[in-house]
Write a protein that binds this ligand. Structure first.
Ligand code: NDP
Length: 479
């Protein structure tokens, strides 16, 4: 059994109350460890540690901070296989996916922001005849980073790396459902001698630990990735305190397929953009709009490919692993039932999948494709966050733009066409923070990342994240 501990002021410790929560392996459906069920007292202790560490952390040179962040990245890299297995066990995702994507990306996040802080420019403006302005971008103080369960270490480091690089100290809370790799990262901190109190990791429930971080007057900014409902509650609390907040929230992303696309490229990528990580990526294209002329051809080929996807034990070479928890599995299956009630036709999938052997009690859902639903029904408006996509035919550019923009979300969109003019036109009209043309989920860490409407507030990535995690101050000097 694994016993996860809090990491506060460089110490590993249980919750003060000693109470714990169960850690479950979703592919086996069984408990494999525990984590602290921390309380407000644990959070306050972490905040005090972060406050005390701030004065010495913020004055480190760029090179010193670079070296320390790089040590964390290298420390993860040196224990790659352990991190990969932990991520897969905790989340249910296939090990190959954690090895190809999650853990390498966590390493890149740390390396990227270690270097970004060295290259982060400050502006100066000459006011003719009067003087010179220059801009300071200073660390804020103690910041809170709260991350979800779908890409656990990937998104945890996406928050803490720029926060630390910018000179802040951090109190962080990973999802209570997937805390294992954040805990392993705290053991790397100890191994490499990361300064005490600079990164504090408090485990436990969102409603206790997350809320205490958000409510504390000593935490000056909150970077949150998670669901829109939680994001709204956090935003309200931050507004009361005039606290800086960055929210990366849910999505219901359109995948728009025009008849003049490169069919083979589109098909292979659409299988990935629909079902990678069991569809539990905020960027997955869950609403697939297909131009009528190729609708039947698309449907036939797509279903053939989906039926070949393998589901099961994430430690093997399957395409699709377990969804993250029993509750989440029931939520997804509930949406599939709703699809039927709303008049949808299940073209493939639609049920819980029960693998033979040791994973028979795991939480697996068949990759599911549904057609026949209007774009305004609940199934096409609400985020399911599982291996479920809908097919929606369209005729014209205007029609598809209007349907694509019809949800409260605005995170990401994919457009498939070989016509460059059309691609630019549609990209400009789509309400989303990210648009991919003829590809999906290609990320350059220098680019702004985030959503419009209920998909979030603010942008992270590159210097956008450095700007979020610093206070801007203009200094004017009279000639
Ligand atoms: P949640 O909003 O449920 O949780 C996210 C984090 O917030 C968890 O650590 C959670 O803790 C914590 N939390 C819960 N309640 C509170 C609270 N009142 N105050 C502070 N923190 C709280 O999201 P999920 O973990 O279910 O993640 C899935 C969601 O994340 C999806 O909607 C998905 O679209 C979104 N997401 C968005 C991304 C983006 O970049 N836009 C990227 C990835 C995911 P606990 O787990 O203990 O409840």
């Amino acid at each position: 059994m694994i016993a996860i501990q809090n990491y506060i002021n460089g110490q590993f410790q249980a919750a003060r109350s000693r109470s714990t929560l169960e850690l479950k392996n979703p592919s086996l459906g069984s408990v494999y460890g525990s984590l602290p069920d921390s309380d407000v007292e644990d959070v306050l202790e972490a905040i005090q540690a972060a406050k005390a560490a701030f004065p010495s952390w913020k004055v480190l040179s760029f090179e010193q901070r670079f070296d320390l962040l790089l040590k964390l990245a290298n420390g993860i890299e040196a224990r790659m296989q352990e991190f990969v297995e932990a991520e897969s066990m905790d989340n249910g995702k296939p090990q190959w996916l954690a090895a190809q994507s999650d853990i390498p990306r966590a390493i890149s996040n740390l390396k990227f922001f270690a270097s970004a802080q060295m290259n982060f420019p400050s502006e100066s403006h000459h006011t003719p005849g009067q003087g010179l302005n220059y801009t300071l971008r200073q660390p804020i103080g103690v910041v809170g980073c709260i991350s979800p369960w779908n890409l656990p270490l990937y998104l945890f480091t996406w928050k803490i790396a720029p926060a630390l690089a910018a000179g802040n100290t951090v109190v962080a809370k990973p999802s209570e459902i997937t805390p294992y790799t954040a805990f392993l990262l705290s053991t790397v901190c100890e191994e490499v001698g990361f300064p005490k109190g600079v990164l504090n990791i408090v485990h436990g429930l969102g409603g206790k630990v997350g809320q205490a971080i958000v409510e504390s007057k000593d935490v000056k900014a909150i970077a949150f990735t998670g669901g829109t409902v939680t994001g709204r509650a956090i935003n309200i609390e931050c507004a009361k305190q005039f606290k800086k907040v960055s929210l990366e929230l849910g999505g219901k992303n359109p995948n728009i397929i025009f008849d003049d696309c490169d069919f083979e490229d589109m098909m292979a990528t659409t299988v990935r953009s629909s079902f990678t990580n069991q569809g539990q990526i905020c960027l997955c294209g869950s609403r697939i709009f297909i131009q009528k002329i190729i609708y039947d051809k698309f449907k036939t080929e797509f279903i053939q490919r989906i039926q070949k996807l393998t589901v099961g034990n994430p430690a093997t070479e399957v395409n699709i692993g377990a969804v993250v928890s029993e509750d989440h599995m029931h939520k997804i299956l509930g949406y599939i039932e709703l699809a039927k009630e709303e008049g949808g036709k299940i073209l493939t999938g639609g049920k819980r999948f029960v693998p033979k052997g040791e994973c028979e009690n795991g939480y697996f859902v068949e990759p599911t494709v549904i057609e026949g639903l209007g774009h305004l029904c609940r199934l096409n408006q609400e985020e399911i966050f599982g291996p479920v996509v809908t097919l929606i035919p369209f005729e014209t550019e205007d029609e598809v733009v209007s349907m694509a923009n019809s949800t409260p979300y605005g995170l990401a969109c994919t457009i498939w066409t070989e016509n460059g003019k059309k691609a630019h036109r549609v990209a400009e009209r789509i309400d989303s923070g990210i648009v991919w043309v003829n590809t999906w989920m290609v990320r350059d860490l220098r680019t702004p990342f985030g959503g419009m409407k209920e998909s979030g507030i603010g942008r992270e990535g590159g210097f956008e994240a450095m700007r979020f995690f610093t206070e801007t101050k203009n200094v004017f000097i009279k000639y």
